[in-house]
Design a protein around this ligand. Structure first.
Ligand code: DX5
Ligand code: ZN
Length: 225
């Protein structure tokens, strides 16, 4: 069964020069989670931030869930570092880990929710064998590495496929979608079965002071989807 809608702004599009205040503002504007994109210039051709910045957000007073999306290889050591740095959920790309089951278990052992991330053409097969160890499934609707890319339409039937797998399992697993989610497609994404909406440019592009209007607009579209 679908859970309540979660809006998770991606820090990738936030103002890194004033990350704490910008994240505080977007949460005050009604966002639910902070989506924290970690890139290593190896698994993806871009480089962002590590556990130090995650714990800096906690020290700044951020209490909302921090949803860490690891686009790195190897996974295990940095996943544990993020758990210590205050992550709430830790998600990784299964092809970036040699032992997916072990990595999932290790994340849960640290007291965090665990998640698998699927690139646009990565098969959902991994999920079938890991349903008992996964709290969040994240489907990429762009190729990972950059914010502001165009939503890949062929991902919509894949969202339906993941929804069916989750529902058949009878487990409480969130279905999150990441990449190019905007006002023109958020309803289709919701109707396909997503309950968690990661949005970078779709929120931060309006600039400080205007996040609430944009988030309210998404909530309205979701309510009508
Ligand atoms: C891409 C990241 C996304 C990205 C989303 O690799 O995982 O979280 O920041 O940004 P938009 O919403 O702009 O596509
Ligand atoms: Zn992401």
């Amino acid at each position: 069964m679908k859970q309540s809608n979660i809006i998770a702004p991606s820090i990738l599009s936030a103002d890194f020069a004033r990350l704490g205040p910008d994240v505080t503002e977007v949460l005050d504007a009604g966002a639910d989670w902070v989506h924290f994109d970690v890139m290593d210039n190896h698994y993806v051709p871009n480089l962002t931030v590590g556990p130090l910045v995650c714990s800096a957000l906690r020290k700044h007073g951020i209490t909302a869930p921090i949803d860490v999306h690891l686009m790195v290889t190897p996974v295990d050591a940095i996943a544990q570092d993020f758990a210590k740095a205050g992550a709430s959920s830790i998600l990784f790309h299964p092809e970036a880990s040699h032992h997916v089951d072990r990595t999932l278990q290790l994340i849960r052992d640290q007291g965090c929710q665990s998640g698998l991330v699927f690139n646009p053409t990565t098969s959902l097969d991994y999920l079938k064998y890991a349903l008992d160890k996964v709290d969040i499934v994240l489907l990429m609707t762009v190729n990972p590495g950059f914010g502001g890319q165009k939503f890949i339409e062929t991902a919509l039937p894949k969202i339906e496929e993941a929804r069916a797998l989750i529902d058949q399992s009878g487990r409480e697993i969130r279905l999150s979608v990441d990449g190019g989610v905007k006002r023109e497609n958020i309803q289709a994404v919701a109707r396909a079965g997503a309950d968690t909406f990661v949005m970078g440019s779709g929120i931060f592009e309006v600039g400080p002071g205007k996040y609430k209007d944009r988030i309210d607009e998404y909530r309205e579209l979701l309510a009508k989807a």
